[in-house]
Design a protein around this ligand. Structure first.
Ligand code: PLP
Length: 352
């Protein structure tokens, strides 16, 4: 049973053969939601659409690449997948490995993973190791493990991940009828910006769209190796999913920004948290902090006059807000009230 996941829907654009068993959780087909309230709050004159990737099966865009990476691993007869992760890759790998009946090993920098993501890795049965080190240390260990023939690494150094993730660009074009003028997204390991750029190019070459968007990537100030032009040894940001000091797809990300006349720039943790709250309050869309980096980028670009009037802008919000409930409760800057079960007391407390 192939389901209606991204491999089935975009198989002509993917490295699939009749021999590839399709391991899918019906990922993709996420909504592209117009966000007029944010545009209005910015007094902007453009159309903004939010690609809500938190609505994938494991609640982040990682599923688009994982379905292909795990399917190809199965085709090659591999029974064990391994990944280094700030959280969402491990959640996705754990789920797809469970689906495929494979063993999954995840290596996570100790203490740096959001609560919901840890829950996912554990409940899906992944062997979960917290390593005393940062993400880049962990990735090196995983690459070492991957030298064995019976183990497949499913980090975004796995080209099938990049290939699968490009399907999000296809979906955006299919929904809008063409590519947007600008595409905003957060940048961590820079696999996703690489994937979108690949997808937009392939779709245009296939005659499915007529133009290419400016690619606008956003790193957190404390984890901005691409913007600074050097490896960050101890990356630090509230947005754990983009807490990366040495991105795997660094070169490709720079190429995407340059070839598209776009940019890769930084936003601060405060700007990220403000954007998370704004998106939740004004549009009803709840995302994890890393995902809000693209929204913060829109605020910054608009303030800088970089968004042309009348243009169509898409922002990918990469993961669901429930991944990281602790930060959300903190960032809500609001508290619940404890009251007695008494109508007068409740009425007074509601402020109505
Ligand atoms: C993985 C991830 C990112 C970063 O994507 P890259 O491909 O590593 O640049 C951003 N946000 C979320 C929620 C993620 O899971």
């Amino acid at each position: 049973m192939e389901g209606s996941g991204v491999i089935q829907r975009y198989r002509d654009f993917l490295p699939i053969t009749d021999a590839t068993p399709i391991i899918s959780l019906n990922e993709g087909s996420t909504p592209l939601i117009e966000a007029p309230n944010i545009v209005q709050a910015l007094s902007g004159d453009f159309r903004l659409f939010v690609k809500y990737e938190g609505l994938n099966p494991t609640a982040s865009f990682k599923d688009r690449g994982m379905t292909l990476a795990v399917s190809k691993a199965a085709e090659q007869g591999v029974r064990t997948i391994v990944c280094a992760s700030t959280g969402n890759t491990s959640a996705s790998a754990a789920a797809y490995a469970a689906r495929a009946g494979m063993t999954c090993v995840v290596l996570i920098p100790k203490g740096k993973i959001a609560y919901g993501k840890m829950a996912q890795a554990l409940i899906h049965g992944a062997r979960t190791l917290e390593v005393r080190g940062n993400f880049d240390d962990v990735l090196e260990l995983v690459k070492e493990l991957g030298k064995r023939d019976d183990i497949e690494v499913v980090n975004s150094i796995n080209q099938f991940r990049i290939q699968g993730q490009k399907t999000a660009a296809f979906e955006v074009c299919d929904a809008l009828g063409d590519a947007p003028d600008m595409h905003f997204l957060p940048v961590g390991n820079a696999g996703n910006i690489t994937s979108y750029w690949m997808g937009y190019n392939e779709y245009r070459e296939a005659g499915e769209s007529s133009k290419l968007p400016r690619m606008m990537g956003w790193q957190a100030e404390g984890a901005a190796p691409i913007v600074r032009g050097e490896v960050v040894q101890a990356p630090e940001t509230v947005a754990t999913a983009i807490r990366i000091g040495n991105p795997a797809s660094w070169k490709q990300a720079v190429e995407a920004a340059e070839a598209s006349f776009g940019a890769i720039d930084t936003v601060s943790d405060d700007e990220i948290l403000d954007a998370q709250r704004m998106l939740a309050r004004s549009e009803g869309i709840f995302v994890e902090p890393a995902s809000a980096a693209g929204i913060a980028g829109i605020v910054k670009s608009h303030a800088g006059g970089d968004i042309v009037e009348g243009s169509t802008v898409v922002v990918t919000v990469t993961g669901h807000g429930l991944k990281d409930p602790e930060i959300a409760i903190d960032n809500a800057k609001a508290q619940s009230m404890v009251v007695d079960a008494n109508f007068e007391v409740v009425l007074a407390a509601t402020g109505l």
